[in-house]
Design a protein around this ligand. Sequence first.
Ligand SMILES: Cc1ncc(C[n+]2csc(CCOP(=O)(O)OP(=O)(O)O)c2C)c(N)n1
Ligand SMILES: [Mg+2]
Length: 628
Amino acid sequence: MTRLTMAQALVRFLGSQYVERDGVEQRFFAGCWGIFGHGNVAGIGEALFESPDLLPYHMARNEQSMVHSAVAYARHKDRLQTFVCTSSIGPGATNMLTGAALATVNRLPVLLLPGDVFASRIPDPVLQQLEVPSRGDVSVNDAFQSVSRYWDRILRPEQLIPAALAAMRVLVSPTETGAVTLALPQDVQAESYDYPDAFLAKRVWHVERRPPDPTALARATEAIRAAKRPLIVAGGGVIYACASDALRRFVRQTGIPVAETQAGKGSLPYDHPSALGAIGATGTSAANRIAKDADLVIGIGTRWSDFTTASKSAFENPDVRFVNVNVAELDAFKQGGIAVTADARVTLEALSTVSYRVEGAYRDAYTRLAKEWDAEVTRLYALGHAPLPAQSEVIGAVNEFSGATDVVVCAAGSMPGDLHKLWRTRDRKQYHVEYGYSCMGYEIAGALGVKLADPAREVYSLVGDGSYLMLSEAIVTSLQEHAKLVIVLVDNHGFASIGGLSRSLGTDGFGTQFRESRASSGVPTTAGGLDSERGPAPYLPVDLAANAESLGAHVIRARGMPAFRDALAAAKKVDRTVVIHVEVDRYVAVPSYESWWDVPVAETSEAAGVRDARKSYDKAKQKQRRYL
Ligand SMILES: Cc1ncc(C[n+]2csc(CCOP(=O)(O)OP(=O)(O)O)c2C)c(N)n1
Ligand SMILES: [Mg+2]
């Protein structure tokens, strides 16, 4: 027995947790991110101060951002390591909600420890306490329940023991993992208890590779043998299971082509003979054309999001069937598929014994499509658009300059779709686009997490001006952590992605440009500040490069592509975070290739453009399927 406060016991416990997979053992928690306030400065704060080696402390500047960094770290580490995040009560806690949802959607582990109101309730209402008239047991931390895979509130010091063990079970489980929240009432954090030594001792969690059920495997094998036009859709599960080599062997033997989801991009190198690149709403012409006629689609480690299935319109063959290899039953049973609830690598190894090979004509067809797609990428990398370059040229320049193991990080705006199509991935951990939650503000904080996970790699954060304005303070934290990032700030004066979407839906880019508002002058405005009589209102006089400079970054202002390429070379030589500011033409978008995304258009409208858009929408809807 050791007499410790609840907070001290928790820190000791967390510092003693290890994971093991494939014989490799490592500490599960790399450290603890936090921002102190009342609710964590005394309890958890004291415990971290007392034991700095157990859980090294990293100060953050925004709680949402610190959760993004933790989650990005976990993604880069294939979910085998993460961070703890501690916050004060109230706003500090609720700032973590978005990060928690992002973690859970993307199935990435992070342990959140929001401070909570007094369990004793004596001083209520304390500063920042939200009182619910009909409930004495509710605080803002209850909001974490819907975005966490496990949630508990530690009301007595001894309750920590089962709660901490349950939290770990969920965090290390490839099936269950996501955000785990233990809400910590501030008085209980400081209470002492005699904790059993076994609770505080080193504990190793073994991450298993679940083999497929033999009968499920037989059903899958039979479906593969019967297929004429099979297609693999590789998702994040291929990356997390380190199944790229097994995938390569399987496709070498069978000749089945491979398309990739956002999380699965990098499963094969872009120039592999079976690689068709991105699939779905942001897919390549090659993958989407093969998807259209596929008679068997083998999803490996994918959750079948609407972007992957082009809102269930991508697979048009009336006889199409699915096989889903996934550790999570939730995903294994989707699309009416043959469910193989198992680890991706083990299953691919087992499938490799199948005697099957696609016909030569099919192979020739997809090889030709892949070649055509590669030429399209080359074209988009070198558009030579003037006076401002196109975004695809900026992406091309970063791709061509970066090394094979450097990492690109992105999350929201028009870049994730362009990157999904255009990025030529050479390494399985090179492509880090968060597109489960597609959260503006993840780009810089996430890049920081990746850099901390793998300091030897150069990390390129591609961030839009909208995302930058939402959350960029992690630049300061990157200086504190000596974690150099190369941030490519792509400025197009607003929300270009949503502007384009809005134009395609007949609403003229309404509310998407960073221009002066004329609403207050009484003059009606149309598209995002455009004014039919006076022309467009001026762009707001915002200097984001100067903003980045003021945060301590080394800033390079690049005008045009030659200057941008020089900036990439110069950035390589700088040893602290660099921001390269580049302006692009917001109206030059990468097209979509034979795909669709379901965004419902108003059935009735005064605007002729909306009525036209609705007609196209109704037509597109006809291709939508249920895959039962
Ligand atoms: C937190 C959050 N709020 C809103 C959105 C919806 N949204 C998606 S992209 C986007 C605009 C992004 O602007 P910017 O970063 O400048 O990228 P661009 O579209 O110009 O490429 C918005 C508002 C989102 N994804 N995340
Ligand atoms: Mg923008």
